[in-house]
Design a protein. Structure first.
Ligand code: ATP
Ligand code: AH0
Length: 366
């Protein structure tokens, strides 16, 4: 067996709920989670990032400050992880840091995907080679720059006989279709928790609907659900990716009459997430749906997926051996391995790029 090397993966996703960091040992094929930690994004920083990600006008100064503040926050989480594990910078080959997506427009005339979090600062403060900016090479090759996790899902969860679909339900939901003997397919399927979080925050002040306490009190509103499902993006063929630029509060407001009960909208948004995902599975034979990301902790969402897929086995990736909360950060640790070994990170079948490519920008600490 090729010898195992240590990598750190850092993810802060579109939910803006916090920063996840993992330490893994990998040889590119096998990957073992050694430790994980997380830290909240400080509320003032979160508000500024949300404003930026909502399309508010910002100055170059504001922009640069957010980049640095995030780089600093990522470095603190990394040092916390090293401290908790007793590892030193010299033990770690590289950090793969996703950064914070603040804008993603893959289909515009000038397509780009922008993640903030200064990799120079992260490398300098930790003393570890740091790889960032994983999406733009794929975009330069005509791809969506997302999703990037399908290659990793294939690596850790493909099964020789069984059809498995991995669903990452974070702010946005994306799937990887792992069909034995076939190339992996993967694409974003629609909103994950983002709309549920926004509605809950607006009406209760809480950042998300913990254990679906609000949503479970409501009933699905069929007219609203149909209106939400009529969004043209949902019917587009893959490859496709999306984000907060489309599925935001303003989008939701265009579908509301203002007469709806708060809990009913919450229940309907959970149904939207489940239905948009399940619709993508209708052409497949029954298999296993393995959920990761925060949506796997939402009991209403999991119950609705199970009910809508009576012939499927619906479970979390944790039950299949890969920690559902660590999956994305592990994927970026693995992507860092790929880059450092000059191996491709993207799957053209998933992103639509013209070819596989070595991804990311490398920041050396020296
Ligand atoms: N106990 C719970 N009950 C209901 N929802 C939960 C629970 N725990 C987490 N969540 C949901 O998961 C979300 C966080 O998910 P996650 O950390 O996967 O997001 P993310 O990293 O921003 O994802 P991505 O980058 O894939 O969009 C929370 O905002 C919340 O909506
Ligand atoms: C632009 C961006 O940050 N996209 C995220 C987001 O969150 C989920 C989904 O939308 C996915 O496309 C992607 O994240 C994962 C890590 C990916 O690239 O596979």
């Amino acid at each position: 067996m090729q010898h195992m090397e240590h990598y750190i993966g850092i993810m802060s996703g579109t939910s803006l709920d916090g920063i996840d960091a993992v330490l893994v040992a990998t040889n590119g094929r096998e990957i073992t989670l050694k430790a994980s930690t997380s830290a909240p994004i400080e509320p003032a920083l979160r508000e500024r990032l949300l404003a930026l990600a909502s399309g508010d006008a910002v100055t170059a100064r504001e922009w640069g400050e957010l980049d640095v503040a995030l780089g600093q926050a990522y470095a603190e989480v990394t040092l916390q992880l090293l401290d908790e594990t007793g590892m030193t910078a010299g033990d770690v080959c590289a950090i793969g840091c996703h950064g914070q997506t603040v804008w993603h427009q893959p289909d515009a005339a000038l397509p780009f995907s922008l993640q903030l979090g200064d990799g120079n600062r992260l490398a300098a403060l930790t003393g570890i080679t740091t790889i960032t900016d994983f999406r733009r090479k794929d975009m330069a090759l005509g791809g969506q720059g997302a999703p990037l996790v399908p290659a990793f899902h294939q690596q850790v969860l493909s099964h020789p006989q069984r059809l498995r679909v991995v669903a990452n339900i974070g702010g946005i939901a994306n799937i990887s279709v792992l069909m034995p003997g076939r190339p992996v397919l993967g694409y974003d399927v629609g909103p994950g928790n983002m709309l549920m979080d926004a509605w809950c925050r607006r009406h209760t002040g809480a950042p998300f609907d913990k254990d679906a306490a609000l949503g479970r009190r409501g009933k699905v509103l069929p007219a609203l659900l149909n209106s939400l499902l009529s969004e043209p993006w949902l019917a587009l063929p893959a490859p496709k990716s999306t984000g907060r630029e489309l599925f935001n509060e303003a989008w939701l407001n265009t579908h509301l009459t203002g007469e709806e009960a708060v809990a009913d909208v919450q229940a309907t948004l959970a149904e939207l997430t489940a239905t948009a995902l399940v619709q993508q599975l209708s052409a497949l034979p029954a298999g296993e749906l393995l959920v990761c990301g925060g949506g796997g902790h939402n009991p209403l969402l999991m119950a609705r997926l199970t009910a809508l897929l009576p012939r499927w086995r619906v479970a979390t990736t944790t039950e299949a051996g890969v920690n559902m909360d660590a999956m994305e950060a592990m994927a970026f640790a693995w992507l860092a391995y790929q880059t450092l070994h000059s191996l491709p990170g993207n799957l053209p079948a998933a992103t639509g790029a013209s070819r596989p490519a070595v991804l990311g920008a490398i920041h050396f600490p020296d």
